[in-house]
Ligand binder design. Structure first.
Ligand code: PRT
Ligand code: ZN
Length: 287
């Protein structure tokens, strides 16, 4: 009997494509992602990869054309399909925000009452406005939302923002965050047992890749008299590895540290006399 394959839909070309492909590759899945391909079969994992427009992914997953997919939470919330987010992936981070022209005298969300707001996210925006008891006139447009106020099409916009430079270049000011978003792995509910098993295998690998990205491997030389203070700075997974150096009075210390604490810890280590500090990225961190 032929082995069943899990079908995953990822963005064909856009902001999530490269990170989605890299994530699968770091999970050890080998496949050909040649330009213009619609579908690819993994060589060493029971996975079929579909390359699609991001807006179509929730529907394809809900309809069972694909079993799982990678899509922004913004698209997932807008499309309102019967698919569940099962894992945050840590890339494609942005926020959906309301922005007004610089000369708009803005005080509160009530100022949108009766205003024309251009957006590609009418569902998310209308529920946000309803939650705030504001009645505005939502104009749905599919692209270049940021130019709507300057051409007289709208009084304000609701669009995705990451650095904020697009808003700035168009003379707009961000005033309310409607939602935060990042790429998520989505699945259709009630996958059959065999597919669920493959998904769990993939998910285990995804989690290992994610925690590897959040951590760094650190090696350093520590003067023995400061060893306990240095060890206290480095919790490690269980506890740091300590080995004597050839030169007496010194030890080599190995550990794993969280990326967020990285600079703080390195500074404290130097203050305690640590030398030859090396920091390496981790490929996989299992269990
Ligand atoms: O062709 P397809 O339909 O697949 O792609 P698309 O053009 O609809 O989507 P794409 O590739 O632009 O974005 C895919 C997903 O990336 C989005 O759904 C978000 O989840 C995520 N993402 C993250 C972003 C941004 N950051 C982002 N900055 N999507 C769009 N933008 C745009 C935004 O619309 C605005 O035009 O970038 C501009 C703002 O960026 P800053 O840096 O100037 O603030
Ligand atoms: Zn799209």
């Amino acid at each position: 009997m032929q082995e069943k394959k899990l079908k995953i839909a990822i963005q064909k070309s856009g902001r999530l494509s490269e990170d989605s492909i890299n994530l699968l590759k770091r999970c050890g899945v080998k496949f050909n992602n040649g330009l213009g391909k619609l579908k690819s079969e993994a060589e060493n994992f029971p996975l079929e990869i579909y390359f699609l427009r991001d807006d179509d992914i929730p529907e394809y997953v809900a309809d069972g054309v694909a079993d799982v997919g990678i899509v922004g939470e913004n698209v997932l919330a807008e499309m309102q399909k019967n698919v569940a987010a099962i894992e945050n992936l840590g890339f494609g981070k942005c926020r959906l925000s309301l922005a007004v022209p610089k000369n708009f005298d803005y005080n509160s969300v009530q100022d949108f009452a009766g205003k024309r707001v251009a957006t590609s996210y009418p569902q998310i925006l209308s529920s946000f406005l309803a939650r705030n008891n504001v009645k505005a006139d939502i104009h749905t447009i599919s692209g270049s939302v940021e130019i709507a106020p300057s051409i007289g099409l709208a009084d304000a916009i609701c669009d995705l923002v990451s650095s904020g430079s697009t808003l700035f270049q168009n003379g707009l000011r961000e005033v309310e965050t409607v939602m935060q978003s990042e790429a998520v792995l989505v699945s259709r509910p009630n996958l059959e047992a065999e597919l669920q098993k493959i998904l769990e295998k993939l998910l285990f690998r995804i989690k290992s890749v994610k925690s590897a990205k959040q951590n760094k491997y650190i090696l350093l030389n520590a003067p023995d008299k400061e060893l306990s203070a240095i060890i206290a700075l480095l919790p490690g997974i269980k506890s740091p590895t300590v080995m004597p150096l050839a030169e007496s009075g010194w030890s080599s210390v190995h550990s794993v540290i969280n990326e967020n604490d990285f600079w703080e810890i390195v500074e404290s280590l130097k203050n305690k006399g640590a030398e030859g500090i090396l920091v390496l990225s981790i490929d996989q961190m299992v269990g």
